[in-house]
Structure formats: C-alpha cells, structure tokens
Design a protein around this ligand. Structure first.
Ligand SMILES: [Fe+2]
Ligand SMILES: [Fe+2]
Length: 358
C-alpha cells in the first residue's frame, strides 16, 4: 500500500498546508522546454485548423462551471480512515498535475506572445482552464482542512527539461488520458450514485471536455509538423511515449486501488478501459498506436505493477542496503524485460486506419 496510508496522517508543511509528496518517477512532473524552438515552428500549412481549435477554446464553455454548489457546504469528517487519505492523495495528485499544466502553458503563452501570437493565445486559454481545475481541486482539499501551497510547489519542484517534440507527444497523451480518466469515472458514478461520496465527481463531465479540447489543440500541433509523425524515428518515439504513459498509469492506478474501491470501481478494469480508449483516440494524431488487444499487453503491464509494489516494500524495509540491492535487481530486470517486449510487439498502423477512427 502507498506509504502515506501507513501513517493515517498527512505530512504537513505548516498548519493546514500539506507537504507535497516525495518526488518519484510516478509523481506528476513539472516541465520546461526550449521555448525558442517552439517559437520557430512553422504552422503556416495548418493555420485554419489551429484557428478553429483556438476559437473553441476562446468560447470558454466552462466559464461558469467551476463554482462550488451548496452541496460542498458541510462537514466531511464522515469520510475517514484510509478512504480519507486515499481521497486526499487523489486530490493532491490531480491538483499537482493540473497545476503543472498551468505553469507550462502560462510560460509558453508568455514566451510566444510576440513571436507567435496565435499559438500564445491558445496556450493562454489552456493555462486559464488548468488554473481553474487546480484551484477547484485545492478548494476541495480545504474541505479536509488541507491545501497545497502552489507558490511553494512552483519554486521547489524539480523542472524536467523536455525538447518540444517530447512535450507535444506527452502533453497530447496526458490531456487525452485525462479526458478518459474523468469521463469513465463520471459515467460510472452516474450509474452508481450510491458511491458518489463527495460532490466533486459531478463536475467531471464538463471538466473533461476542457481536457479533450486541450488534447485537440495538441493534436493540431502534432499533425502540423511532419517530423512528428511522418518518419520511422517518429514512429519509434510515439511507441515509446504511449508505453511510458500507459505503464505509469498502470503502476499508479493499481498501487492506489483503495481509492478506486472507495468509488466502487475495479482498479484493474478501470486501468484497462482508460488505456484502451486513450490508445484508440491517439490513432487520430499518431502514426502508430500500441496493440492493447495482444494477449500479453495488460498481463505484462500488471506484472510491472506487481514488481513495483514489491520494490516499494523493499525500499521501505529496514534491511541492509546490500540485501535490498540483491532483492531489487531481479525485479527491475523483470520490469525492463516486460516493457521491452511490449515495446517490440508489432504496433497498429494508425495512418492506414485513420479514415475509420475519425
Ligand atoms: Fe485540466
Ligand atoms: Fe488539460
């Protein structure tokens, strides 16, 4: 189980302000990139598509959506124990990743303002939405007498440098996987209202449309740059990023089954549904997608998750370092082997099937 659940008390930075979780490979990242290289990208052949998605973003359909209803105005101490901690962790991870998007988009909008005003306008709308999402989640945390110090996070988190191509691939995928995560949970709770233990989930339907529009904006960026889809290197990178995002999703979801149990979702099935839908959607932007129907696809990802749980147990144990090392090596080798075999499995040619999926 996740470390925070062992203590049953969240770690505090100061009274009422939660200490951010320790950064690991699986915690939401903060990104920076080569802003100048993005400013130099040529979008001239795709200006009409770009204008169309920016017009959609400009419409700001959700400008009145993120207003807390009266339903929030009550004491939430009835959500307690492991369920409370698992939910707080869900809020924190979601808030951190929304806020990470806000910072990146805000910076892109600021840096491109004079060099590419159209793109800057689009990124400005994206940052507007992510700020709302992060703020709404942080307000939800305050119902549990906690909040995240977003100013502290801005200054103290490690920023990972990604070249523009990697940013475009990963943000496209994280927006689309975000869409599917929110909508699948919303639809499940709509048909099982007895599990809707907090009103936040009711907001997910319109909320996920923001993520969908963000993804569409990035889809235009992918399709506007031939080098991002029209060559063998792009095909290899796309497979790599699809696998990274899906493996990270599997590890984080299966490790946090307590939270999914609390809303009546089977973590394993939820992971499969989110990945399959995201993979299908990615066929609209990427030249290849992964073969999630391969009998070994989810079996291998789930094996990686089992290895990850064992690795966490070893890391948290009091055994001598050398013993830990000997216990960890076979698990790491097994994970690398499984990922490599998924990576090398024949992908599905999305260019050939694009007519069918669009
Ligand atoms: Fe968002
Ligand atoms: Fe988004």
């Amino acid at each position: 189980m996740v470390k925070s659940l062992q203590t049953l008390e969240p770690e505090m930075l100061k009274p009422g302000v939660k200490a951010p979780v320790k950064e690991t490979l699986l915690t939401p990242r903060f990104y920076t990139t080569d802003f100048e290289a993005i400013a130099q990208m040529d979008f001239s052949g795709h200006e009409s598509e770009l204008k169309a998605v920016i017009e959609e973003l400009k419409s700001d359909y959700n400008r009145h959506h993120f207003v807390r209803s009266e339903e929030f105005e009550k004491c939430w101490d009835s959500i307690d124990g492991e369920k409370r901690l698992a939910f707080i962790e869900f809020l924190e991870r979601s808030c951190t990743s929304e806020f990470s998007g806000f910072l990146l988009f805000k910076e892109l909008s600021r840096r491109l303002k004079n060099k590419n005003p159209l793109l800057a306008e689009g990124f400005g709308y994206l940052s507007r939405d992510e700020a709302r999402h992060a703020g709404f989640l942080n307000k939800a945390m305050s119902d549990f007498n906690l909040s995240l110090d977003l100013g502290y996070l801005t200054k103290n988190r490690t920023y990972t440098f990604f070249p523009p191509e990697w940013v475009i691939y990963t943000v496209y995928l994280s927006e689309k996987i975000g869409y599917w995560r929110y909508i699948i949970m919303f639809r499940h709770l709509e048909s099982h209202p007895e599990n809707q233990f907090y009103p936040l989930f009711r907001y997910f339907e319109s909320w996920c449309q923001d993520e969908n529009r963000h993804g569409d904006f990035f889809k235009v960026l992918v399709r506007s740059q031939g080098k991002l889809y029209d060559n063998w290197k792009a095909r290899l990178w796309v497979r790599f990023f699809l696998l990274s995002v899906f493996a990270t999703h599997t590890l984080t979801v299966l490790e946090r089954s307590t939270f999914y149990d609390s809303v009546g979702l089977d973590a394993r099935q939820y992971n499969i549904d989110v990945i399959e839908k995201t993979n299908e959607t990615a066929a609209r932007a990427f030249p290849v997608i992964l073969n999630t129907k391969h009998p070994d696809f989810f079996r291998r990802l789930e094996k990686c998750s089992e290895n990850n749980v064992k690795l966490t147990e070893i890391n948290n144990s009091n055994r001598p370092k050398i013993v830990k090392l000997f216990q960890k090596v076979p698990l790491i080798a097994s994970t690398v082997g499984h990922l490599l075999r998924i990576y090398l499995t024949k992908p599905i040619d999305a260019e050939a099937t694009r007519e069918m999926v669009c």
